[in-house]
Design a protein around this ligand. Structure first.
Ligand code: NAD
Length: 257
């Protein structure tokens, strides 16, 4: 039985690097629920990992997208417009910060590193919303991936904390602006998962151990857990849910000390 019915819906998933990616867990669940999925890969190097995964989901659109290369994101939406003429949902699951800035104190973050982190991890979501708006003729849903470090100071999360805070706020403003058009915007805040992006954060194993030990449910989350939440959020079952930040972290965020 399908978790939710996404039959006939068309979605764009940006952020699959490999089979461990949160975006892959979401894309697989979208597909299992009946949606057609367009998938992007960062560059030629990552194509060999992403293409087989996208093909296993029968993705009719598999295209490159590095949001920092002028025109590439626009080309993705042009392809969608030509093939589908519409779009029902977008999953934005990308983040980047230069290593030195990510590993240093927020106090020491360079202007260049801050701009790059904000541009790739946050402003790209605004650009996706703008490009998706005219294609979401039946309304739609935009999702982005955040983290608890947006709200509370998490050791070693450093500059990504302020960047995710901006991303969550962006999602709320987009939700307010696009709501009248039937376009919902939500952020999802998963607990720590062992992915390639996570390996760039110092002492990540300790963060995972702490999360598993302190979360009320005493376990880590999986990309399938995140996928299930994402599938619900883009489905018609969530039609009155917008501007929300949904934690999926086995309850970790409610623990004070
Ligand atoms: P991941 O490495 O699998 O995915 C990160 C993706 O970002 C990759 O596909 C990469 O290609 C993409 N990316 C980076 N720079 C890009 C650019 N210039 N243009 C286009 N794509 C670019 O790691 P993940 O953990 O699945 O990360 C996905 C999202 O989830 C990120 O926003 C991350 O901050 C967030 N998140 C991760 C965790 C975790 O513990 N792993 C927890 C909460 C939130």
């Amino acid at each position: 039985m399908k978790l939710v019915d996404l039959t006939g819906k068309k979605g764009l998933v940006v952020g699959i690097a490999n089979a461990d990616s949160i975006a892959y867990g979401c894309a697989k669940m979208f597909h299992d629920c009946g949606a057609d999925i367009a998938v992007t890969y960062l560059n030629e190097k990552s194509e060999k990992y992403v293409r087989p995964l996208a093909e296993s989901l029968n993705s009719p659109i598999i295209v490159p997208c590095d949001v920092s290369i002028p025109g590439q994101l626009e080309a993705v939406f042009t392809e969608i417009e030509q093939k589908w003429g519409k779009l029902d949902f977008v999953l934005h699951s990308i983040a980047f910060a230069p290593r030195d800035d990510l590993h240093g104190r927020v106090v020491d973050c360079s202007q260049e590193g801050f701009s790059m982190a904000m541009d790739i991890s946050c402003h790209s979501f605004i650009r996706m919303a703008k490009l998706a708006e005219p294609l979401m003729i039946d309304g739609g849903c935009l999702l982005t991936m955040s983290y608890f470090g947006a709200e509370k100071v998490v050791a070693d999360y450093n500059i990504m904390g302020p960047v995710k805070a901006a991303l969550e706020s962006t999602a709320r403003y987009l939700a307010a602006e696009l709501g009248p058009k039937g376009i919902r915007v939500n952020s999802v805040s998963p607990g720590p998962l062992k992915t390639r992006a996570a390996s760039g954060i110092a002492h990540f194993d300790e963060l995972m151990e702490k999360a598993a030990a302190r979360a009320p449910e005493r376990h880590l989350v999986t990309i399938e857990d995140v996928g299930a939440l994402a599938a619900f959020l883009v489905s018609d079952a969530a039609k009155s849910l917008t501007g929300n930040r949904s934690y999926i972290d086995a309850g970790y965020h409610i623990i004070g000390s």
